[in-house]
Design a protein around this ligand. Structure first.
Ligand SMILES: [Zn+2]
Length: 213
């Protein structure tokens, strides 16, 4: 038996009623809770593999036991129930995957909006601008570099913690790209965590004064 399956059985069976692994798997369901981590690597409590940036909570309907696992384990072990928003059990493997991605996306969007709500509450003179930018970030459209820098600086000045990597920058227009060209290095360093990998490659090509970390 491969190690991955071996670890999974060893971790799942003690928290389940069923004697066989397949029987035990059928007792588990994804709760809808996802945990996002600042660190790159966390361990799956089922298969014990690392390289996860998100943990998905699964629970046993008979014992109440719970585990924090990677999406790949939920997808691989189809016995673990995944439900849609209306509570319907999803059987199709493609739909199961879409559902997990959708939950993660919702979690990321919520994690970027929550600090902005706090900012909106305290930064009265900038409320309309904060609200407008929050709308763009809620719809998952990015905001121009200068606007993201504005938000991050405001949150810093009000000592509101935020997950910089969960924000999103738009570099579609000439105006937006130009903001990157003229932005001072310390400001640029602040918004870098929010850039996608491909955006980052472009920015480092444009701005030779930045040093790769
Ligand atoms: Zn796993």
């Amino acid at each position: 038996m491969n190690r991955w399956l071996e670890n999974s059985e060893r971790n799942l069976l003690p928290l389940s009623r069923g004697d066989s692994f397949d029987e035990a798997l059928g007792e588990w369901f994804f709760t809808g809770a996802v945990f996002d981590y600042e660190v790159e690597e966390v361990r799956c409590q089922l298969c014990e593999q690392v390289h996860l940036s998100h943990h998905f909570e699964i629970k046993n309907s008979l014992t109440g036991g719970s585990l924090l696992v990677g999406s790949s384990c939920i997808l691989k072990f189809s016995g673990i129930q995944v439900r849609d928003y209306s509570g319907r059990v999803i059987v199709d493997s493609g739909e199961r995957k879409s559902r997990l991605l959708e939950v993660v996306k919702g979690k990321i969007i919520e994690s970027r909006l929550e600090p902005l709500r706090k900012l909106w509450a305290v930064d009265e003179s900038n409320r309309s601008k904060i609200q407008e930018l929050a709308e763009s970030l809620k719809s998952d459209a990015g905001v121009p570099p200068n606007d993201l820098l504005f938000l991050l600086k405001q949150m810093d000045s009000h000592e509101i913690p935020y997950p910089a990597k969960n924000y999103k920058v738009s570099l579609k227009s000439y105006k937006e790209r130009n903001q990157i060209f003229v932005m001072k290095a310390p400001g640029l360093q602040m918004i870098i965590p929010a850039l996608s990998r491909s955006q980052l490659m472009k920015v480092y090509a444009w701005r030779k004064d930045l040093h790769l970390k």
